[in-house]
Design a protein around this ligand. Structure first.
Ligand code: ATP
Length: 201
């Protein structure tokens, strides 16, 4: 089976930037938990039907897609609903992540899971790569990318695992605190390392 490198990091740390470099420069396939989380609730899916039954038809847009903003608000206000939703979606997301990792054809596969630590998904991976940078840089990148205020990004950072918690489970760390060319040299070093490990097993 495939060698799986789990990729994680806090909001704005640079996970997507890093996984894009692995993909574009070395052809490494990326399985993205955020993408899968949207796929499992597409129109026509069993999960979306279950959500409609639980929350009512107003949880769907005119076009029949999930109103994610409303879902977030309602789940935030009601912990029991949040538990229900997680118990519905998490097994489906895990299953899809495993299927897509098995199907990957590259030397190894990157499994990007922003909430890997929070959801304790270490066991899905053979090795964990953490993208890390000072919180001030996370804040600056996330606010300018999303065009939202510092308070909102800070509250998301509060709800996520701490840098220390992530670093505690890291096998490898990319410190993403300078420019993108510099980032590529770090990615190259890790690619060579992962390729060698994948070929040796
Ligand atoms: P999220 O968890 O919020 O999706 P992420 O960890 O995937 O974030 P990215 O989207 O890769 O983070 O990066 C956040 C922003 O910072 C992006 O606009 C990206 O272009 C920029 N960025 C990331 N790394 C660097 C860097 N080394 N130099 C300059 N800009 C960067």
């Amino acid at each position: 089976s495939n060698f799986i490198v789990g990729l994680t990091g806090g909001i704005g740390s640079g996970k997507t930037t890093v996984s894009d470099l692995f993909k574009e420069h070395y052809g490494i396939e990326v399985v993205d938990a955020d993408v899968i989380a949207r796929e499992v609730v597409q129109p026509g899916s069993k999960a979306l039907a279950a959500i409609r039954d639980k929350f009512g038809a107003s949880i769907l847009s005119q076009e029949g897609t999930l109103d994610r903003a409303q879902l977030r608000t309602r789940v935030f206000a009601d912990p029991a609903l949040k538990t229900w939703l997680n118990e519905l979606l998490h097994p489906l997301i895990r299953e899809q992540m495993q299927i897509q990792c098995q199907q990957a054809k590259s030397d190894y596969v990157l499994l990007s899971i922003p909430l890997l630590v929070e959801n304790q998904l270490q066991h899905l991976t053979d090795r964990i790569l953490v993208v890390d940078c000072p919180e001030a840089i996370q804040l600056q990148r996330a606010t300018s990318r999303d065009g939202v205020g510092e308070a909102q990004i800070k509250s998301i950072m509060q709800s996520q695992a701490s840098r220390e918690q992530r670093l505690a489970i890291a096998d490898d760390v990319i410190v993403n605190d300078t420019d993108k060319p510099h980032l590529l040299t770090k990615v190259q070093t890790l690619h060579n390392k992962y390729k060698a490990i994948a070929q040796s097993i």
